[in-house]
Design a protein around this ligand. Structure first.
Ligand SMILES: [Zn+2]
Length: 92
């Protein structure tokens, strides 16, 4: 019973991870429709991923509003990594 519960949690984490990896492509509307709707349905039932995408979206729009500055891939990756570290802490 407990094992099953753990499996469910682990599966959910992997799914969330995938959503976050794809979130910048999602925000840039650079995903095939099937993938996009998968992410949308995950976001509709997952608060943490929703918050993550919201944060990423506002960060990108702030940076995009600055002249001649666009968020480099390494910057997006550092947001992804930071969020992942924070989550690790809250799970421990
Ligand atoms: Zn999620």
């Amino acid at each position: 019973m407990l094992g099953l519960f753990k499996n469910l949690i682990r599966r959910r984490e992997i799914e969330g991870e995938g959503v976050r990896e794809l979130s910048s492509d999602y925000l840039e509307e650079d995903l095939p429709p099937a993938k996009r709707s998968t992410i949308q349905s995950h976001l509709s039932k997952c608060g943490p991923c929703q918050a993550f995408v919201d944060t990423l979206a506002s960060t990108i729009s702030i940076l995009a509003s600055l002249p001649r500055v666009s968020p480099p891939a390494s910057f997006k990756r550092s947001i992804l990594n930071r969020t992942r570290r924070n989550e690790g802490r809250s799970f421990s």
